[in-house]
Design a protein. Sequence first.
Length: 326
Amino acid sequence: MTLIRFIKYGKPALVKPLMIFFLLLAFTACKKEQQPSPYSNIVNFAIKDAKGETLKAGIENNEIVLYWPPEQAIPDFITPVITVAEGAEIQPASGTKVAFKDGTAYTVRAKNGSITTYKIKMKINSVMPYIGSVSFKVYKGKTFLSKASSVTVSGDYFSSDISLVKVFLVAKDGKEAEVKVETVTPISIKFTADGPVGDYRRLKVISNNRTANYEQDFELAPELLFPRLTGISFQQQQTLKRGDQINVKGGTDADLANVIGFYDINTGTEYPLIVKEKRKDGWILQIPSDLPLGVYSYLYFYFPDTAYADGGASLIDFDAPVTIVP
């Protein structure tokens, strides 16, 4: 009982200050623990590539650096999974779809209100393609491509995946006309020329997400059409008289021909016929009154010069000969 009296009554002046000290210490500790966190950093930033594999970004100098694998098409949008410092908030939030491009920004707000901004920086793991030459046509000082023609781009480091290759004709006003890619190899691209007829200043190739330009002033010309006969089929020999007509079929753009006739392959002599009608697929021809009698097995035709190509001639043989009688 003496000890109890000592604590309760013996030294009251000492007990009270100690109690106050410990209370102040506890209050100070609680106050320190309740200070808002100043951290506004991104701890982890991850996306999925085209194959579903996880890609983790590096955080460097407020940049979210993403290394995209080679030979994979880059998506327009990504949906990152993001972890930030404890107590911090990020906008756009983790799991939100955003544009996958340089400069897409994220804002992280710490618990104490401080803000840090991060921006996406894309790194493409592929070699820059190289363009050595383009199979432009040159005629009377004009450099051009003709619509619907097949054009070859020669170079190196092109993707062999045709889905990762795009080709554009860039006009002088900056407008781009995308063309159809036909085939690709690591050293060549073949495409079909297309787009508005007019003047252009360069060819642009995007291969495996990397862009190469070939600077060249050129013209996209109208489709160069030439008369062609892929075959003239007469099921049996024909016997005709002077003044009779013969119907020739089996061509394309045959209406562009300006001189048509029989050809004697033995003597090299040309015998013009009278053109009664021109069609895309052939002609209706009339036998002149002075055509030498005999058997004819070849037909020739001429076509004129154009603004982009010289004219020429072509020769085709009949499946069955034509005999001219009096």
